[in-house]
Ligand binder design. Structure first.
Ligand code: NAP
Length: 241
């Protein structure tokens, strides 16, 4: 049997991060997730074999420090896989977005993942085969009514592409850009997609595809509607879903 891996997932209290956490923990790995809420608030959400760190990315420096401190306390001397997934959105007219909201979006979606990546360098380099995965969005190409969100993901795309070259041969850095997913993120962003939500990507499918893409290690890479159709048509899924 393969050795359990040390896996960190930011934003592991809902949506894709939560699904990834359960999948990796059920596979026998040491899984640590982060989130903005207190440990008390997320108690019922997480299985006993998933460790929680409160690290609110709205304060990026503090979040990065809290993660490193907590991992040291847990006795981690290396990290095999870090998935920087935490993110938030905000829908609406960009002119109606005040500077506080805008700074929050950039802090949570861009500044924090950059600082957390830097803070994890030593732990990632200490693993023979480590991977750093950033969860972007197809909206990095531009998305009306989600301008600051799209901007934060475009920035993340540039960061990931740069770091992939800087760490080449030491840590595999990858950015994965999913299309719209049927998670709670849209509600939290104040956006009601209405009937269109029916064609959003299924969260289980996205989590499964992310895991497959992490194994392949290509970057940048997207998860699109076309991939969903291929997944649906793949015989394997008739048995697994
Ligand atoms: N949903 C989509 O359509 C879509 C499409 C493309 C890409 N993505 C990206 O996929 C990733 C996961 O999104 P999702 O759809 O799974 O959303 P989600 O269900 O809202 O989950 C987001 C996670 O990030 C956490 N989070 C939010 N703000 C945070 C903060 N300030 N500090 C620390 N953690 C914070 C959330 O905590 P709480 O549980 O407390 O909210 C939750 O655990 C995000 O990066 C998102 O941008 C989503």
């Amino acid at each position: 049997m393969a050795e359990p891996r040390n896996i960190l997932i930011t934003g592991g209290t809902d949506g894709i991060g939560l699904k990834l956490a359960y999948t990796y923990a059920n596979g026998g790995n040491n899984v640590v997730v982060t989130g903005r809420r207190s440990a008390e608030d997320v108690k019922g959400l997480l299985a006993v074999n998933i460790t929680y760190i409160k690290a609110d990315q709205a304060a990026p420096d503090e979040a990065a420090n809290a993660i490193i401190r907590a991992l040291a306390k847990l006795g981690w001397h290396h990290c095999d896989l870090a998935i920087l997934n935490a993110g938030n959105g905000k829908a609406g007219d960009p002119l109606a977005e005040n500077s506080r909201d805008l700074i929050n979006r950039i802090d949570v979606n861009l500044t924090a993942p950059i600082l957390i990546s830097h803070a994890l360098e030593e732990l990632l380099m200490a693993s023979a085969n480590s991977k750093l995965v950033l969860i972007g969005s197809t909206s990095h190409r531009g998305a009306s009514n989600f301008a600051s969100y799209a901007a934060s993901k475009a920035g993340l795309n540039g960061f990931a592409r740069s770091l992939r070259e800087e760490w080449r041969g030491r840590v595999n850095v990858q950015i994965i850009h999913p299309g719209p997913i049927a998670t709670n993120m849209h509600d939290k962003a104040g956006f009601d997609p209405g009937i269109i939500k029916r064609i959003f990507l299924n969260p289980d499918f996205v989590a499964r595809t992310i895991i497959r893409k992490i194994k392949k290690g290509r970057s940048p890479t997207s998860i699109s509607f076309a991939a969903r159709i291929i997944d649906y048509l793949t015989l394997r899924n008739w048995f697994s879903s």
